[in-house]
Design a protein around this ligand. Sequence first.
Ligand SMILES: [Zn+2]
Ligand SMILES: [Zn+2]
Length: 139
Amino acid sequence: MATNRKQSDRRPPYRRSKQRERILALLRSTDAHPTANWLFEKLKREFPNLSIGTIYRNIGILVQQGLIGRIAFGSTFDRLDANVTEHYHFICERCDAIIDLDLPVEPGLELRIPTSEGFEVHRHAVEFYGLCPKCAKRA
Ligand SMILES: [Zn+2]
Ligand SMILES: [Zn+2]
């Protein structure tokens, strides 16, 4: 028992938090809302023991810490967002681009949810769908 505890005290999640720092830095370097797979491709050479599971675990921790956001993206992969200020998204139906919109966030929307019916609102998200400027020009 005592040995176990000592061992876990002694085991700083050093490598893991180094990876986590790199994950966060990479996410902050782009506004493309990348996937876990994108991170894996970028980091696997730097960390030869890296697994996609480790990426997912670290993403979970970063989300929990409020350092990144996660956009559930239909039936495909979640997209990640290091911009944690509230903002709305435009999602391109052709190329899957997710673009941050420079629109004021409407806190009033949350007041429309009837708390009398027992709802407790924490946040809201708005997504616009269509063609991004690049795809619209090609269409
Ligand atoms: Zn597009
Ligand atoms: Zn965003």
